[in-house]
Design a protein around this ligand. Sequence first.
Ligand code: JFZ
Length: 454
Amino acid sequence: MRRTTLLILLVLAVALAPGVHTAQAPASATPLAKALAGWQDMRFGLFIHWGPVSLTGHEIGWSRGAQTPSDAYDALYTRFNPVQFNADEWARAAKDAGMKYVVFTAKHHDGFCMWDTKTTDYNITRSPFGRDVVRELSDACRSHGLVFCTYYSILDWRHPDYPLGSPAGKTRKANADMNRYAEYLKQQVSELVTNYGPLAVMWFDGEWEEPWSVERGTDLYAFLRRLQPSLIINNRVSKARAGMEGTSAAGQFSGDYDTPEQRIGGFNMGRPWESCMTICEQWAWKPDDAMKPLSQCLRTLVSTAGGNGNLLFNVGPMPDGRIEPRQVERLKEMGAWLRLRGESVYGTRGGPFKPGAWGASTRRGTRIYLHVFAWDGDARTLPAIPAKVTRVQLLGGARVEFTQTTSSLTVRVPAASRDPIDTVIALDLDRPAMTIAPVEVGSSGKAPAPQRTR
Ligand code: JFZ
């Protein structure tokens, strides 16, 4: 009897001891987990692709050895003098857009360094401009309350030690040494983290080429994790990414979050993700590039948040250092909308209704925000949820007619009260919104019909 009691106590003690069930300490305790949750709360960031290539109007990195011969490309920096560059204006543009963080191309595939680095002379301080752009931008971001992050290309088509070259990694260099290159890369990223940090995110890219490996990625990740325990590192540090979908293969080392490119990522409550997307078509500046209409910009942001992702929205500043005025204007329009509707985006999580042509939903506390794009007359019907809706309001005021049955929810808003881009409706529930399992929304607005066998 006494032995049984002791045994029970022992089992209980082991079972209740922290950290016994999971391999690590509770996720919420680590600096990384905290940083990731805070980064998810921000939801919207500015991506900036810039360098001497803006002088040509062609794509950064990719145009080397293609539209621009490599020698000419590599000499562009000798006449790069963007005298109208003003980091405060860039930071203000991000701020006015309602963005919370900035990711800047410290080094793209062409290998040119936009900071004052000791590792190579191929950097901005050797240009006629002579100013440390990463320094000025990181300072400006901090003084405007924005979080600063760097983009860094693992591949470097110009560096003699990196085995592949332009165009697009299709040529091979004779005396390359990948081990020596990996040391150079580590010195560079440690300069960025140490001299310009703490950074919120190290946004790697260019991992797909053959010289990079999971082993090198794992080593680089550990190296950075030691330098800054709270640093968020995207999945392009490793090799697990499945093309432009940007999702990582399960069980493979893949950094801290997924990176769908030029598309809205799939609904995912489990793994953090961020869609990167251009405001026009090219990453770097291109004259008269086709700019996305405001409705598309906002619906992209809201659908991303509705799928539980972040949006990293890209501008390519001009060779004189300014962001195109029409792009600044578009960003302002997004910010104006967010100033009125931001509570339905910032600090929310996606779901429970999965995004689609109908709209999207976000949630926080006991509230669900419906973002309705498409109406059926004055109505939007959605599948039932296992919660009682206690109050319904249109963000911005007007009355909403609402009915809840065992099989569906319907909101009705007259055209005059709807926002042609996104009508946001707050549903207050009798329980925490995060307890509700994800709900598929069929094209009719009802739950999709059961799959028929063909
Ligand atoms: C990459 C970069 O190449 C691009 O310039 C930009 O920085 C973006 C955010 O990330 O995107 C890619 C990567 C690979 C291909 C195309 C775009 N590819 O292999 O065709």
